[in-house]
Write a new protein. Sequence first.
Length: 191
Amino acid sequence: MPTNADELHNFLRTRRSIRRFQPDPSTGSGQRPIADEVIARILETANHAPSAHNLQPWRFVVPPTSVGRTRLAQALTASLRADMTRAGASESEIEKRVAVSLRRIADAPVIILLCRDRSAVRAETPEEQIMSIQSTAAAGTVLLLAAHAEGLGASWVCWPLYAQEATRAALDLPETWDPQAMFFVGWAAGS
Ligand SMILES: Cc1cc2nc3c(=O)[nH]c(=O)nc-3n(C[C@H](O)[C@H](O)[C@H](O)COP(=O)(O)O)c2cc1C
């Protein structure tokens, strides 16, 4: 861990988006597990991000690996299918993209959804709305760095932004929570 400014800068500069994760070493398949307390520590650190008026409008959701994750995957791929169909993509192109998305979701050891709570805003002006989204993004950045601090890899994934309503419904989220992004977190197997 960094003990001086040079090391800290080096730590900050060596974070990379990680999109492939190690399998469970005991079976050679599945995913190498991450202790719950490590994820809790990452989220606690992300909660220290700066925010406009210190309103901390971000909300993190870790879908349970079975039902919640399946419902999330279905919601995201249904939106992807609809968007690609509207854009005139061929059936084979759509199925290829859907398969890649499903595989990335299934292979992610932990998924953390990042939402912006619309009720945590000072005023309905465009500027306040933008600052609230900027604050949420700041928490996402700190989350990536906190994962890096644990020696974990992570990547920011924008898909829920394209499927806000479906994601909210899939995970039974409050109506004021707007999904902004999700993070795949795990032990890096490469980028
Ligand atoms: C707002 C935002 C959205 C992103 N969306 C995706 C995404 O959907 N899929 C993905 O693989 N990476 C996504 N990324 C990661 C970027 O591709 C990545 O940060 C960039 O290429 C720089 O690489 P680095 O993170 O390794 O420095 C996103 C990053 C940000 C900040």
